[in-house]
Write a new protein. Structure first.
Length: 445
């Protein structure tokens, strides 16, 4: 972290020590939470063994993959971005022999949702053109921070390179310009990512411990499955013979080891941890918090708490909320990251990456509502008939480039409430009719 000394030298001179700066940027922060701090690998593993986390992450991954990745070109004549068909800028996403474009998009969410980070390793040809992209599991990657900051805009000032170490022990050092690093910004530092799972760690931990406890209670509780009461006490030999007879009938099931009490007033009460605790409310609370952190309404993943308490009338409304409030932001974030880290500055002024959302049905307005809205706009003269027909997917001709105006409607200034007086504007003299017209109509001269 020596680079901070040079980078923040003016700040240090104003009274902040280097330790102060480290704390501000998160390098000196310590997690004092009583809950365990998970590594990236542990976060990735939770996706595979926690049902709620798995459902949230895979739901987002599949939904994110619905929108095609496209390249848009800027049209200066109309000041608009337009989709460019068959752009070679998409080749790094389509030329990988082992990973499809759909895989890229799902890996992006399977990595960033649990860890807050997503990495794409650029594989370049001899002419330095990116030919392939490879998603890298976040737990393989360690950012190597810059030690000394140079006053050179072409050199990195925060992350100098990325160290990659695979699970089988292979290691690489990747220059910062050869990695596409997308993250959820962390409020405590500038280089790390903050994952939804980080915020949900407490609820995930408690949910997992509850499942572990219930599993142990089901398999390991020493409570007998059978209680035998007798009026007279049995000898140890009689008890042993009775248990042996039960085992011959039930096998080696531990519950055949009956608990025996004797005497008319003999009774026994067993602790019932499974029945004494309100497991449903406990689980519902954790499930709600986990779903909240991932931005997935519980009803979308079929969670019981969502089915019982959803404010939406049906799953479709909840999915629309998820697409509008969670996925749109994800698409924008990744499109911006790809544009910034895959295109050079000159190219970024002409082209950019984007996700085509036109066919994502959850983001489209109901067709009946669209037809009603554009019909009203056309009737009011706000849009042309061509624009109205285009909005509902109908063919358009040159004859449709017209506005609709109603001749019976006249707009008048708001301060002239009595503009008409006998059919004549107040400030105008009546038009004098020709003599022959006056005679025909009986008008007096």
């Amino acid at each position: 972290m020596q680079f901070l000394k040079g980078l923040f030298a003016p700040t240090v001179e104003k009274g902040l020590t280097q330790d102060d700066v480290l704390r501000i940027l998160g390098a000196g922060s310590k997690d004092k939470s009583p809950f365990p701090k998970l590594s990236d690998k542990q976060k990735e593993q939770i996706v595979t063994n926690n049902a709620i986390v798995y459902a949230c992450v895979t739901t987002l991954a599949k939904a994110f993959a619905q929108a095609p990745l496209v390249v848009e070109a800027y049209d200066p004549a109309e000041d608009k971005w337009r989709i460019q068909d068959d752009s070679p800028l998409l080749d790094p996403f389509t030329k990988n022999p082992n990973i499809s474009e759909n895989d890229f998009k799902q890996y992006a969410q399977l990595h960033i949702q649990p860890t807050g980070k997503s990495y794409l390793w650029k594989w370049r040809s001899e002419d330095s053109v990116t030919r392939e992209l490879w998603p890298v599991p976040p737990h393989w990657v360690t950012p190597n921070l810059v030690e000394v900051v140079e006053d050179d805009p072409h050199k990195p000032r925060l992350i100098e390179s990325f160290g990659i170490k695979s699970d089988d022990g292979n290691e690489w050092t990747v220059p910062v310009e050869d990695m596409v690093y997308t993250k959820f910004p962390h409020p405590s530092n500038l280089w790390d990512g903050l994952a939804p799972m980080d915020a949900a760690t407490k609820s995930i931990y408690l949910d997992q411990r509850a499942d572990d406890y219930k599993a142990e209670a089901v398999t390991s509780l020493a409570t007998p499955g059978l209680v035998i009461k007798t009026r007279k006490a049995m000898s140890p030999q009689q008890k042993s013979d009775l248990r042996a007879a039960l085992r011959r009938k039930t096998g080696v099931d531990p519950r055949s080891n009956a608990f025996m009490i004797s005497g008319d007033d003999a009774s026994i009460d067993f602790i019932n941890p499974m029945g004494d605790f309100n497991w449903a409310s406990y689980s519902n609370l954790n499930e709600t918090r986990i779903c909240m952190c991932f931005g997935v309404p519980p009803i979308v993943i079929g969670s019981l708490v969502g089915l019982e308490n959803s404010p939406w009338s049906n799953t479709g409304e909840a999915k629309k909320w998820m697409y509008s409030n969670t996925l749109v932001g994800l698409w924008e974030s990744f499109a911006s990251s790809y544009t910034t880290q895959l295109l050079d500055p000159k190219t970024r002024g002409v082209f950019r990456y984007a996700f085509d959302l036109r066919d994502v049905k959850e983001l489209q307005e109901n067709q009946d509502a669209v037809a009603d809205r554009v019909g009203k706009l056309f009737d009011r003269g706000v849009i042309t008939r061509a624009e109205a027909r285009e909005a509902i997917g109908e063919d358009v001709t040159d004859d449709d480039n017209v506005f609709k105006y109603t001749a019976a409607t006249m707009l008048v200034p708001s301060d002239e409430s009595d503009i008409m007086d006998g059919g004549v504007l107040p400030d105008e003299e009546p038009e004098e009719l020709p003599l022959e017209t006056q005679l025909e109509t009986g008008e007096t001269i």
